[in-house]
Design a protein around this ligand. Structure first.
Ligand code: AMP
Length: 111
């Protein structure tokens, strides 16, 4: 069964899209945890970061640069968090690799 992000990538489900190229899509999180909360998602179906391989190295690097560019675009370049949850115990709920870009408020400590 398709994940919700696969449905978004395939155009089956709408999203508040911010960025897209052949490899990556970024859209606003439906339940934002900060004034800026963007999800950056590789179109390649990778379950989570622990399932990424060396073949994905360039893709992962590109995601970092997209995140940095979006942080500038949304004026949070001086204070943002980029994170991925790996596995249900870490709070992952959609099992298609994605990175949360969070900012626009003072972010608390992780824990
Ligand atoms: P995670 O818990 O790390 O797997 O993150 C999944 C994120 O996807 C959560 O922050 C959800 O709010 C978000 N989410 C779930 N469905 C959608 C959707 N249709 N559009 C945008 N964000 C979504």
């Amino acid at each position: 069964m398709k994940t919700v992000f696969q449905k978004i990538i395939d155009g089956d489900l709408p999203c508040d899209k911010i960025f897209e190229n052949e490899r990556i899509i970024a859209f606003k999180d439906i339940a934002p945890q900060a004034p800026v909360h963007i999800l950056i998602v590789p179109k390649k179906a990778i379950q989570d970061i622990s399932h990424a391989t060396k073949e994905d190295a360039l893709l992962l690097a590109e995601i970092m640069f997209v995140a940095s560019a979006l942080a500038k675009q949304f004026h949070i370049q001086d204070g943002f968090r980029l994170l991925t949850n790996n596995g249900a115990d870490a709070g992952q709920s959609v099992f298609h690799l994605h990175f949360h870009l969070l900012g626009g408020k003072k972010l608390g400590a992780l824990g």
